[in-house]
Design a protein around this ligand. Structure first.
Ligand code: ZN
Length: 159
């Protein structure tokens, strides 16, 4: 869909965690090892020798529990397929983080009758919702509250 990518890029530009810090280039996150180089965050095999130390926006958000998205999964079907669905969430998250290093899961809470996941940015939350629906059908609802860089994803399936 047109516009999504633009929105994602804008999101980073306006992200207070991105703009406030003014990351030195190159620099390396002392928590997760992600490298900021040539203006972008990326995973590298070898950290540049002259890299300064920093804490990346994703790790700051995780520390502050400042989420960019929330996913709520519920319904009877979830009860019966919880491990399977949790595995799917982990796979989607690993894949996403490999390509977009700042997209991470902040927390995944198993509350018994539902699973609540928070993510650093909206993109991963949406990907999780879409992947769960693609695999298991059910009802998916995604809301971007107007004027915020945030997404609420809700999925449920009975029986
Ligand atoms: Zn980090």
């Amino acid at each position: 869909m047109k516009g999504r990518k633009d929105r994602l890029i804008k999101e980073y530009i306006h992200d207070p965690y991105f703009t406030k810090a003014k990351y030195p280039d190159p620099s390396v996150c002392q928590k997760c090892g992600v490298v900021f180089q040539d203006g972008i965050f990326k995973w590298v095999d070898r950290i540049p020798e002259n890299a300064k130390q920093m804490v990346c926006p994703a790790c700051r958000r995780i520390e502050d529990r400042y989420e960019g998205g929330i996913v709520v999964l519920e319904g009877e079907f979830l009860q019966k397929h919880k491990d399977e669905i949790k595995n799917l969430i982990k796979n989607v998250s690993d894949e996403e983080t490999a390509y977009r290093p700042l997209e991470r899961i902040i927390s995944l809470e198993d509350e018994g009758d539902r699973i609540v996941i928070t993510t650093t940015y909206e993109h991963l939350a949406r990907r999780i919702g879409e992947a769960v629906q693609k695999a298991y059908k059910g009802k998916l609802n995604m809301q971007y509250p107007e004027g915020t860089k945030y997404i609420r994803v809700h999925w449920e399936r009975q029986v």
